[in-house]
Ligand binder design. Structure first.
Ligand code: UDP
Length: 367
């Protein structure tokens, strides 16, 4: 039987988590073989290796080691290397995830070589072009052949931008992060995790992550967020697995932090923290949804979110970055009893829907 070679381009933590679900589904298909390129955008063991190990992602065939550079140099070097690899590998399709420089570089390299591109997590918009992620998303969507949308609002965004008139296929698949969360939610139960190591079991706490450039690179926003977290910690301890970018910003800006700061954790530990936490405070895209999957109210430390259905559904409070705004959102979230039964993200079957749509794409191609 003719097998299609797919090249997956990943490089950042959220991409490992998303791609693991699709890799698992691809491995059960007899039609596809998968080759992974790791760009090296995230490279610390606790930002990269731990996810390959825990989530059983196939080892990358190509490790580019391109990280810690400005946007232009990083994207440019990735583009050059990925193009060389695609010329050698000659895949039938390239799969890219989310909204990082690795996403854009993978899509652009493939497009220029006339290799079809599939974008997982297509159609998301913050409508804030100051975010590098928004630029990456819009450009990647525009040059993709297959657009896998996690939500109906993502489909609506593409329609509003005229994508139905473009030569691409739009699929509403649900969110692959839910597939991963469900799979590993079951595995985390009963394991000794960071929750035990930190003696958090049975003790109420809030789980916080913070890493968006718009917060870390703006001294005023970072200081007012930290002030709000200190205030919250007076009544509910705040556990903060600290992203390396934020750790750097805090050092540079000499901000004093009096919270339970820990190193970034692996995925199983993260799931255990989500299961044990009372609520979540975050500027992460992924964590907003995971809070919902594990039925925890979420305060989002941003001015807008791509996951609008969480806010509309009363599960997420958009706080901005002022101390007062965050405290008000926190009080609402702490008092709320949200309805988490609404299945906003497809229920955990997104990766099989994606694999079926890719099979369909090649079947249609042969006719
Ligand atoms: N995550 C993790 N360990 C951490 C912090 C986050 O495993 O210490 C996971 C988190 O559960 C989610 C993903 O990383 O699945 C989110 O990645 P990140 O916040 O870096 O990016 P974003 O989702 O905002 O693009």
């Amino acid at each position: 039987m003719h097998r299609h070679k797919l090249v997956t381009v990943i490089g950042a933590r959220p991409q490992f988590i998303k791609a693991s679900a699709v890799s698992r589904a691809l491995a059960t298909s007899r039609v596809f073989s998968e080759v992974i390129i790791h760009t090296g955008q995230h490279f610390d063991d606790n930002m990269s290796k731990v996810f390959f190990d825990e989530l059983a992602i196939p080892a990358p065939r190509h490790n580019l080691g391109i990280g810690s550079l400005g946007h232009g140099a990083m994207t440019g070097r990735m583009l050059e290397r990925i193009e060389q690899i695609l010329l050698a590998e000659r895949p039938s399709l390239v799969l890219v995830y989310g909204d990082t420089n690795s996403t854009l570089a993978g899509a652009l390299a493939a497009r220029k070589l006339q290799v079809p591109v599939a974008h997982v997590e297509a159609g998301l918009r913050s409508f804030n072009l100051r975010m590098p992620e928004e630029v990456n998303r819009i450009l990647t969507d525009r040059i993709s052949d297959l657009l896998f949308c996690p939500t109906s609002s993502a489909v609506a965004n593409l329609r509003a931008e005229g994508f139905e008139g473009f030569p691409c296929r739009i699929h509403l698949t649900g969110d692959v992060m839910e597939d991963t969360a469900r799979h590993f939610g079951r595995l985390a139960a009963g394991k000794a995790t960071v929750v035990d190591r930190l003696s958090l079991r049975g003790r109420p706490f809030a789980l916080c992550t913070l890493h968006r450039a718009e917060n870390t690179d703006d001294a005023g926003r970072l200081a007012s967020i930290v002030a709000a977290l200190h205030e919250i910690a007076r009544e509910l301890p705040v556990v903060l697995p600290l992203h390396p970018r934020t750790a750097g910003a805090i050092r540079r800006q000499a901000i004093a932090i009096d919270l339970q700061v820990i190193e970034p954790v692996g995925y199983i530990d993260m799931v255990a923290l989500l299961q044990a936490a009372r609520l979540v405070l975050t500027d992460s895209g992924g964590l907003q949804k995971e809070a919902y999957f594990f039925e925890r109210p979420c305060v989002t430390l941003r001015d807008e979110t791509e996951w609008v259905e969480l806010v509309q559904g009363g599960c997420n409070w958009l706080a901005g970055a002022t101390t007062q705004g965050i405290l008000a959102a926190y009080r609402s979230a702490a008092a709320a009893r949200p309805d988490f039964s609404t299945k906003l993200y497809g229920g955990g079957a997104a990766s099989s829907a994606i694999v079926a749509a890719i099979e369909d794409y090649f079947a249609a191609d042969r006719q």
